[in-house]
Write a protein that binds this ligand. Structure first.
Ligand SMILES: [Zn+2]
Length: 68
C-alpha cells in the first residue's frame, strides 16, 4: 500500500495530478490533499475523481495512470 495525494490546483491541461508520497514533484505540500492508502494508482484516481472532474496520474510516480 502506498500513501497517495492529489494536487488541489490544476496543471496547464486542467488536470489534478495524483502522486505517491515522496514524489519529488510534490514541492509545496500545502497544495496537496491526502487521499489515503491504496494498493495501486487506479484506485487512487477513482477516489480523486470523487473530488475533482479531471484527474491524471503523475508522469513520474504514477506513470501507469498517466494519460496525455
Ligand atoms: Zn508524482
Amino acid at each position: 500500500m502506498e500513501n497517495y495525494y492529489v494536487h488541489k490546483l490544476t496543471d496547464n491541461k486542467g488536470d489534478h495530478e495524483v502522486h505517491v508520497e515522496g514524489c519529488n514533484k510534490m514541492t509545496v505540500s500545502e497544495n496537496f490533499k491526502n487521499l489515503g492508502q491504496f494498493s495501486n494508482c487506479r484506485a487512487d484516481v477513482a477516489e480523486a475523481k470523487k473530488n475533482y472532474n479531471q484527474v491524471n496520474g503523475c508522469f513520474y510516480c504514477c506513470n501507469e495512470c498517466h494519460t496525455q
